[in-house]
Ligand binder design. Sequence first.
Ligand code: F6R
Length: 269
Amino acid sequence: MRVIVEKDKDGVGRRAAQFVAALVRKRPNCVLGLATGSTPVGMYGELIRMHREEGLDFSRIVTFNLDEYVGLSSSHPQSYRYFMQQNLFDHINVDARDTHVPDGRALDFEAYCEQYERLIKEEGGIDLQVLGIGSDGHIAFNEPGSSLGSRTRLKTLTHETVRDNARFFGGEEEVPRLAITMGVGTILESRQCLLLASGASKAKAIRDTIEGPITAQVTASALQLHRDVIAVLDEEAARLLERRDYYLQVERAQSALQSGELGAPTEGS
Ligand code: F6R
């Protein structure tokens, strides 16, 4: 896993947006996997800025969101569809028909989840999956104990997640207890993953994810099995990582390589 540590939350948003923008420029018809929650808000803001000021073109992208609360319609202010419209889709030139957020009011959830998986495949799979992380180490809504091979399905939220998300709903009682979520197996099939985290409340989950054992008790730790994951963290979220110096060294070597400093010696030298 490549680990990049930025100074603060804003730095995480800017750096993450650079990765997304680079892919959109290189492959204008790419398939992006997107996340909601407070973590990616800065990244979305930066992508909107790039669209407005630099002409970053989203007209050919296709998007799939990780999850949605069961029972909330797309017009509910706490639904993830509403969040995506407010924080990204309404401000860029993405074709609405190419944005997919699971339907929290599907009639037959089993059939719906299978169809969501099928749709991802039909679009050629996800090129880059953006992920936040829960304080219990979940990715999407794959709560501790979720199968590491799981696919899109319904999941019961843990008390910890309900408590963490109560801030958006004005109280725990209002938080739905069930969500549709891509599975860990679905996420691992993305070609690249971009894991974002900021703030001290994520420090333990991040340490367990990056330096702990792979376990269904911390579903994000399954990302260790993926060959192309970039974690972009702020100082606080990275605080408990033991091998921080090494990650820094890797980043320095990477920039030296890119700038040509480590290029092959010239003839005669
Ligand atoms: C949201 C999602 C969740 C969040 C996680 C962190 O689509 O899949 O896994 O990424 O709960 O949420 P925040 O960013 O609000 O701390």
